[in-house]
Design a protein around this ligand. Structure first.
Ligand code: ZN
Length: 330
């Protein structure tokens, strides 16, 4: 039995047909965790869909109305890059409910993982890049509304920049002093770590600079990584961004977006991380959160490895890393 909860439903499946996004990955991860003995069926909690009221904490009434009535324009559906259906809307409402449940359980147990979610390209008034609803933002705003947290920090390690997250939480930011120049040098090219102060939510994104989205609205800290960066350099940048962020800001909750797509075999990514490096990345985030006593909720975001089983392994390793850091119950 795990000392924390996994949030999962078979209904997380996104009905998008043949697609580069492997929508079956959620079911495969959940099944593999049980079959391999990492988790027990009793470790799982089944989420309920978020309410419309929860979704409206982040998204505009006009956009929510279009989704519920199937009246997105052709251009809006193209930007979403997944085919619209009422079933897909339900899956995204459920992903948001799963992230709310994960955040609530993280406050209880120190960590909780939703075997789904992480739709960080959704904006208040539109969806893009396979993301219809920003489940993590909905969870943060819901817990704030319930007075469970005042502040939160997003730590986005998907290979793609968290543009929706940055836009949603842009708030009252002003340009800050330059970040400390203790960042590790990277051979040949020096990635630029950019930063601004946050309002009540501090956003960190480590991503490949030469990748979608073309327009990257500023996060509180953006680390624009060069193509092909490998494990040790990536981990040094992550360590640096976390320390810098936590020097500037004290979050009541960390929302870790554990994308599997920085993997060197990813079809939509251009970074050079190994599976082992990705697991060390997860361990680093968990260790920092545990050491500082900050609860951490996890979502999965992207993962487009040539072999779907690699994406499944990377996502399963996130649970194993949490188990190792937070300790199995005796
Ligand atoms: Zn991604």
């Amino acid at each position: 039995m795990l000392p924390f909860k996994l949030i999962y439903s078979d209904e997380y499946y996104l009905p998008i047909g043949q697609h580069v996004f492997p929508a079956e990955k959620y079911r495969r991860v959940a099944r593999h965790l049980i079959e391999s003995g990492v988790a027990d069926p009793s470790d799982f909690l089944t989420p309920q869909p978020a309410s419309d009221q929860d979704i409206l904490l982040v998204h505009t009434p006009a956009y929510v109305n279009k989704l519920k009535t199937g009246t997105l324009s052709a251009r809006e559906e193209m930007q979403l890059e997944v085919p619209y259906s009422p079933e897909l809307v339900r899956a995204f409402w459920l992903a948001a409910g799963g992230s709310i449940l994960a955040a609530q359980n993280a406050l209880k147990d120190g960590v909780a993982i939703s075997i789904g979610g992480g739709f960080h390209h959704a904006f208040p008034d539109h969806g893009e890049g396979f993301c219809m609803i920003h489940d993590v933002a909905v969870a943060i705003r819901r817990l704030q509304r319930d007075n469970k947290i005042r502040t939160a920090m997003t730590v986005d390690c998907d290979v793609h920049q968290g543009n929706g997250t940055a836009a949603i939480f842009a708030g009252t930011r002003t340009v800050s002093d330059p970040l400390p120049s203790s960042a590790p040098p990277v051979a040949g090219q020096r990635p630029l770590m950019r930063g601004t102060h946050a309002g009540d939510v501090f956003t960190i994104s480590l991503h490949q600079e030469n990748n979608y989205p073309a327009w990257k609205p500023p996060s509180s800290i953006d680390v624009d990584l060069p193509d092909g960066i490998t494990d040790d350099d990536y981990l040094a940048w992550l360590d640096n961004a976390l320390s810098s962020g936590l020097r500037q800001f004290e979050p009541d909750l960390i929302c870790y977006i554990a994308g599997a797509d920085p993997y060197h075999e990813d079809q939509l990514g251009g970074l050079g991380l190994t599976m082992e490096g990705l697991k060390r990345r997860d361990e680093l985030v968990f260790r920092v959160a545990k050491t500082r006593g900050i609860p951490v909720m996890v979502t999965y975001a992207g993962g487009y490895a040539r072999r779907v089983e690699d994406t499944v392994t990377i996502h399963c390793n996130t649970v194993i890393a949490a188990k190792e850091v937070f300790g199995a119950k005796a």
